[in-house]
Design a protein around this ligand. Structure first.
Ligand code: PXG
Length: 285
């Protein structure tokens, strides 16, 4: 049986899961999304993903046609329908189709799409040896242009930075904010360890408030690792003892070099290793 895709409460074969070319999600990137993971049939922090999705939608004046509870149930139904236990779940809500033109009032039918698929993981080697990343010249969205807190369908900004990374042979790239401070990577939040102290940029650095980021902050507190959300510059990354990234897809992934320069020993550090192990345990609890 082919993969079953949810669109507005109905399941379609992957080949037949289609939306209009007039959809403003396609025409203008007008919509919001979430990327989630399920482990042994349980979606990690489903409620937090729902909260962020509905906040993203509210921020762009998009009324999601179903309740959070219904959406949660529909996510679970999509997993079940596809008999997936360890999956990647992409939830998309578009503004819907309408006439050409930016005016969102000319659309009437927001499309709710849920795709549950096998997850394409980074190779194990990245976790064992760590990633090498670069600093992208493309900065993160200016918060006064489009808040980075909104997980919108308009990801070109991050895609441009991703292209810079790929052209330099790196799968991730660091993005600075409009003030030149460290924001985050193209699809992951960033942490450093300095003298045993865990640090990550604050929400107002112009980042997406990652659900994995928040889980790692919680973990650190329970493990009595000193932690702060503090403004970081590229200098702080260059002189850090350890560095790692967090994201639903990547989980906790070590970074051992940036812009061709080793971070700390140039090997995966002990705090990073501890948090990788503890996070793995956490998602299965
Ligand atoms: N920053 C940005 C810009 C992101 O897009 C994160 C941080 C990490 O957030 P979470 O909540 O996942 O810890 C993201 C998340 C994909 C994909 O398909 C992207 C994300 C998550 C899952 C899948 O590219 N980005």
């Amino acid at each position: 049986m082919s993969l079953q895709i949810y669109i507005n409460g109905t399941f379609y074969d992957k080949e037949n899961a289609k939306i209009s070319v007039y959809d403003h999600g396609l025409l203008y990137g007008d919509g919001v999304f979430e990327g989630m993971r399920s482990y042994s049939g349980k979606v990690f922090r489903l409620r937090e993903h729902m909260d962020r999705l509905y906040e993203s939608a509210r921020s762009i004046c998009l009324q999601i046609p179903i309740s959070k509870e219904q959406m949660e149930a529909d996510v679970m139904a999509t997993l079940e329908r596809n008999q997936l236990h360890d999956a990647y779940i992409r939830l998309v809500v578009t503004r819907g189709s309408g006439s050409l033109g930016l005016d969102p009032n000319r659309t009437a039918d927001p499309q709710v799409i849920i795709i549950a698929d096998h997850i394409a993981l980074y190779p194990a080697e990245f976790y064992e040896s760590g990633l090498k990343i670069i600093t992208a010249a493309t900065i993160r969205n200016h918060p006064a242009a489009l808040s980075p807190r909104v997980k919108s369908l308009n990801y070109l900004n991050n895609i441009m930075a991703k292209i810079e990374g790929l052209q330099a042979g790196c799968v991730e790239a660091l993005m600075l904010n409009h003030k030149g401070e460290v924001a985050e990577c193209t699809g992951d939040n960033i942490f450093i360890v300095k003298r045993g102290h865990l640090q990550t940029p604050p929400k107002d650095a112009g980042i997406l408030e990652g659900i994995t980021r928040n889980a790692v902050l919680e973990l650190a507190r329970t493990l009595n690792i000193p932690v702060s959300e503090v403004t970081l510059t590229r200098h702080d990354i260059l002189v850090a003892d350890e560095c790692f990234l967090t994201g639903s897809a990547a989980e906790v992934i070590p970074v051992i070099a940036i812009d061709g320069r080793s971070i700390g020993s140039g090997h995966v550090g002990p705090v990073t290793k501890q948090l990788m192990t503890e996070f793995k345990a956490m998602v299965h609890r």
